[in-house]
Design a protein around this ligand. Structure first.
Ligand SMILES: [Zn+2]
Length: 392
């Protein structure tokens, strides 16, 4: 360990700044991250960042004890305490500290543990300075949103990369425009449909475009269970995000992973006030939507998000933009708008305290389709609200 950690890399100070502490033995990594963050903040007219690098957990804790830090970036393997133990100690010192954990392998156990510990983002090595900078930016953005519009949080759950974007990409873009916090949870890495590395990059890029945090687990593609470990994995994310609205696959879906994800999510999200199911290309003819979210303003952007999945565009006929357009146009006819995304309402507790805080919004609702997907004991939804979707 160097005698003077400042020798590693400490840039000039400027106030006000977002202060980032990086625990890494390589000074060039912190310098690259600093440059990447400066570039991002200039482009986005954001607050400037100040990156400070330290070598090990002892020095990190000494720095954290001085206070004033916004984000901690640490590897799982560092000299001294391991990364998770450092994070535990850091949380005691600065409870609202944003945390990015870099690890060699994001197993389900690692990710679930990380989420339970309140870690906002988990990155898998190898990472680039740009990827770490994007993660830090997302965490800072999330912390700011939590301080302002923290009551409204959306969680979109999909079995595979691209499921969420196909089902509710336009709805999520509307939420993003309303400034609502969005989290995407993808349960598998999609190994059956391509290389997991490429699909992970595509997922991350799509999440960026949605303004969403991405939790990407590693459950077995085509063999996702409706019970453990899926239920506790989703429960961990729900405990971390505390969503007021959840979107998930429909139970009326012929893909075994989609169906299992629906069943697991209905258990794991039993306390969430609003639970909606979206359409997938494998949805059966029993998919009966009773809520239609107008996405006229977001349709082209949704197509742009789907283009992130280049590895699948050539393989999957269901990603044909013409089909996406025709489907949205068809549901738009039902919803009395041009383009719409259809939802089955499992639960919409309009009278709950959380739901009562949602901003007014409107989604078209057909007069001829009864609300038949509400959960046991829940009344049919009389309102046509989808949080964060602008009134038309
Ligand atoms: Zn899928």
């Amino acid at each position: 360990m160097p005698d003077n950690v400042d020798a590693l890399y400490v840039p000039p100070s400027a106030e006000p700044v977002v202060k980032v502490l990086v625990v890494d033995g390589d000074p060039s990594c912190a310098q690259s991250l600093d440059l990447a963050l400066r570039s991002r903040s200039r482009r986005r007219d954001d607050l400037p960042y100040q990156v400070t690098a330290v070598y090990d957990s002892t020095e990190a804790l000494a720095r954290l004890a001085l206070g004033g830090w916004d984000v901690l970036v640490t590897d799982m393997q560092i000299p001294g305490l391991d990364g998770l133990a450092l994070i535990d100690a850091a949380r005691v010192l600065i409870p609202n500290l944003g945390i990015v954990l870099v690890t060699g392998r994001a197993t389900v156990d690692t990710t679930v543990t990380a989420l339970r510990d309140g870690i906002q983002d988990v990155l898998v090595t190898p990472t680039t300075p740009t990827e770490v900078a994007e993660s830090v930016t997302r965490v800072v953005r999330g912390l700011r949103r939590a301080a302002t519009v923290g009551q409204h949080r959306v969680l979109a759950i999909g079995a595979h990369p691209d499921d969420v974007e196909i089902g509710v990409g336009g709805t999520l873009l509307a939420h993003q425009a309303a400034g609502i916090e969005i989290v995407v949870l993808t349960l598998s890495r999609g190994a059956v449909g391509g290389t997991t590395e490429q699909r992970a990059r595509e997922s991350q890029h799509a999440a960026e475009m949605l303004g969403a945090r991405l939790f990407h687990l590693d459950l077995p593609d085509t063999m996702i269970s409706a019970g453990p470990p899926t239920v506790p994995a989703i429960e961990a994310v729900v405990a971390e995000v505390r969503p007021t609205t959840v979107y998930v696959h429909s139970g009326n879906d012929q893909h075994q992973d989609h169906h299992a994800t629906f069943r697991a999510a209905t258990v794991a999200c039993r306390q969430v006030p609003r639970l909606y199911c979206y359409q997938s290309p494998s949805s059966s003819l029993n998919f009966h939507p009773n809520r239609f979210v107008p996405i006229d303003d977001w349709f082209e952007a949704k197509i742009g998000v789907l283009r992130c999945y280049q590895s699948q565009m050539a393989l999957r006929a269901y990603l044909d933009p013409e089909l996406i357009r025709a489907t949205a146009r068809y549901w738009g006819f039902h919803g009395r708008t041009r383009f719409a995304e259809p939802l089955e309402v499992v639960r919409d507790v309009a009278g709950s305290s959380l739901a009562g805080q949602e901003p007014p919004a409107l989604a078209a609702r057909p007069p001829h389709v009864p609300s038949q997907r509400n959960g046991p004991g829940q009344p049919a939804t009389a309102s046509a609200e989808v949080p964060g979707v602008p009134a038309r």
